[in-house]
Design a protein around this ligand. Sequence first.
Ligand SMILES: O=C(O)CCC(=O)C(=O)O
Length: 298
Amino acid sequence: MNVQFGEHQLEMGGKYLTELRDSNDVIDDWTALRGRLQEDGYLLIRNFHDRDLVLNAKAEFLQALHEMGRLDPAFPVEQGVIGQSNKSAMWGGGAEELQDRFPAFLQVVNSDRVMDFFTRLLGGPVLTYDYKWPRAVGHGGSTGAHYDIVYMGRGTKNVYTMWTPMDDIPMEQGTLAMCLGSQHFAKVKATYGQLDVDRDNVIDGWLSKDPVDIVEKFGGKWATTNFSAGDVIIFGMFMLHASLINTTNRYRISSDTRYQLAAEPVDERWIGRRPKGHYAWGKTPGKSMEDARRMWGL
Ligand SMILES: O=C(O)CCC(=O)C(=O)O
């Protein structure tokens, strides 16, 4: 089977792409889970959230897309068929903005299940960034390869992203992919991994839009899978990830949310009732990643 990733049709099981492995076999063994996170750089957990809650959250986003005029009116709202404008949507914001519009979504990503899981995984009380990143990705849309640290590196580096698909999302609808081994790319971590997009204003903050370029230059191998509503993937700040192209006519709805130990320093851009978010990035003409990579010798 081939999938569209960047400009490439990549073969599942070929040189560049393999399947993610899930960690459900060790779900109750915290030592083993920590080991997996360390070893694999991610935890894929099937049926982590209550599926019905996730589907309630999906319905909220579909309703929002409908009200924005983004859905094809020839189909029922529930099908999430992309309308003529084919615009992606990003509802990034803090609790104050999200609570009124997307209460079911917050119920999923702030649930006791999630907070207890991170408390046990990280070994102490945790907090979640108030700012959340739910999105609907249109036809042809995707995200380039990046470390999350470049967007949220002002507190502890031990922050974890949880990516939650809001539906059953097959690969052709644009699933998230991890670059296996990228948590050990020493030179990339020492250069690109020190970037702060608000300080350095590099366009997109993506190391590359080309997954093959990453493997050829730095090594590793990409991994993804078909996701079901309820599944999550959790990973650290120095794990390169990207999403496949959504080649379907339906919106890919998903969110990324963040968790860390409450006792560790927190990046103040993402906390509070109205988090300030990226206050400088993109406000003036940015530098290109190509120039930055040349400067870093990447
Ligand atoms: O959903 C996507 O396309 C990108 C998500 C992402 O970059 C993240 O979860 O950190």
